[in-house]
Design a protein. Structure first.
Length: 371
């Protein structure tokens, strides 16, 4: 039976739609965003580039394809995590070059290399949490590559060369600042951008990447102004800024003035109009922290403000469930690790004093002899 004739659309009648491959390419390129890479030798910032272009330059061709599939997969659920992992691969490329590899490829770093690297990092007093985060990216990529190729690829990261993180160890946890320190930061602010960055990161206890990813269109000006944020795991949250609430009204006005007449594009931009990334915000807060004398000997980071806000909520008697929801944590145990319990130090001091009381006369005698 002859097939029915199908009318053919004249060539050039309409523009052909983009292919699915082009859509996918554009999607992951946009998701990864741009970054200003730092020169590994001079430590100076270079021009902003797309992370995808950087990865293409530092990876072997076969590895680059796998890396793109890995970053595009649901293995890494959120956009913020994809960007962080992409940045971690830039770090591992630098280490691979130390080993004599011009470009990074899966398998160029062995378990022995990782053990050597970890011991070297520990000698340089790098935090265990930082070491573990770097290793997580490399381990995740290797596992994905093995599953995708359906071949055995030995993972260089094992439980034997990964540092053990005690979630209750306060000595390596992110520090916090007091309310008085927070007000000092505002006193040293040099621009409207400085003020807005401090206010946003602290007020909403958000991860800095959430604000860097926000666009002007996410700021709604109406009867009840609001801000839309995408939290970790691509969970959407809308934060209202009711005009009648003291503080939020002023914050909304400052945001509006910062945006100016722009109707599209990034919410937070630098002097050149480029979108801020988490490294830019880090530098802003570090500069203000040093000028205000906050956390001497340590950098003031966005995560410090996040931890501080959650701790201050606990100080104010906010129930744990509400703090957990505000922070966007799935597990309340995670929230507990963020909260610095004020009574812990006092209880420890009280128990220590009870012990000293049992031999205090001997201390007094030796104090008198050595005066």
């Amino acid at each position: 039976m002859p097939r029915p004739e199908v009318a053919q659309r004249p060539a050039g009648d309409i523009a052909l739609p983009p292919t699915r491959a082009e859509d996918a390419f554009a999607q992951i390129r946009e998701a990864l965003g741009e970054v200003a890479p730092r020169d590994p030798v001079t430590r100076e910032l270079g021009p902003r580039r797309h992370r995808m272009d950087i990865l293409r330059d530092i990876c072997r061709v076969d590895t680059f394809t796998t890396v793109m599939n890995w970053l595009a997969s649901s293995t890494i659920p959120s956009v913020n995590s994809k960007r962080a992992y992409a940045d971690d691969l830039r770090f591992w490329h630098s280490f691979a070059r130390e080993l004599g590899h011009e470009r990074f490829y899966i398998g160029c770093i062995t378990r022995g290399d990782i053990t050597t690297w970890r011991l070297s990092e520990e000698r340089r007093e790098r935090a265990d949490r930082s070491i573990a985060r770097r290793l997580s990216a490399l381990s995740s990529l290797t596992t994905f590559a093995a599953e995708e190729s359906q071949t055995f690829i030995p993972n260089p990261v094992t439980r034997h060369n990964r540092p053990r993180i005690d979630r209750r160890d306060e000595t390596t946890a992110t520090p916090m600042i007091e309310v008085e320190d927070l007000t000092d930061l505002f006193e040293w602010a040099e621009s409207l951008l400085d003020v807005v960055v401090i206010a946003l990161v602290y007020t909403f206890a958000g991860r800095v990447s959430e604000w860097c990813a926000a666009d002007v269109e996410d700021l709604h000006n109406g009867r009840t102004p609001a801000i839309d944020l995408t939290r970790k795991g691509d969970k959407g949250h809308q934060w209202q800024l009711p005009p009648g609430v003291p503080g939020l009204q002023e914050l909304h006005l400052l945001l509006t003035r910062l945006v100016g007449g722009r109707t599209t594009g990034p919410l937070l931009v630098d002097a050149q109009g480029e979108r801020l990334d988490r490294h830019d915000v880090d530098r802003i807060l570090t500069r203000l922290g040093k000028r205000a004398g906050v956390l001497p000997g340590r950098d003031l980071t966005p995560h410090v403000l996040r931890v501080s806000r959650l701790t201050h909520m606990h100080d104010d008697g906010v129930p744990l469930a509400e703090i957990q929801e505000f922070a966007g944590h799935r597990d309340p145990a995670t929230t507990l690790t963020y909260i610095r319990r004020r009574g812990d130090g006092e209880r420890r001091a009280r128990h220590a004093a009870a012990a000293v009381a049992k031999f205090r006369p001997h201390l007094d005698r030796w104090l008198a002899r050595t005066a």
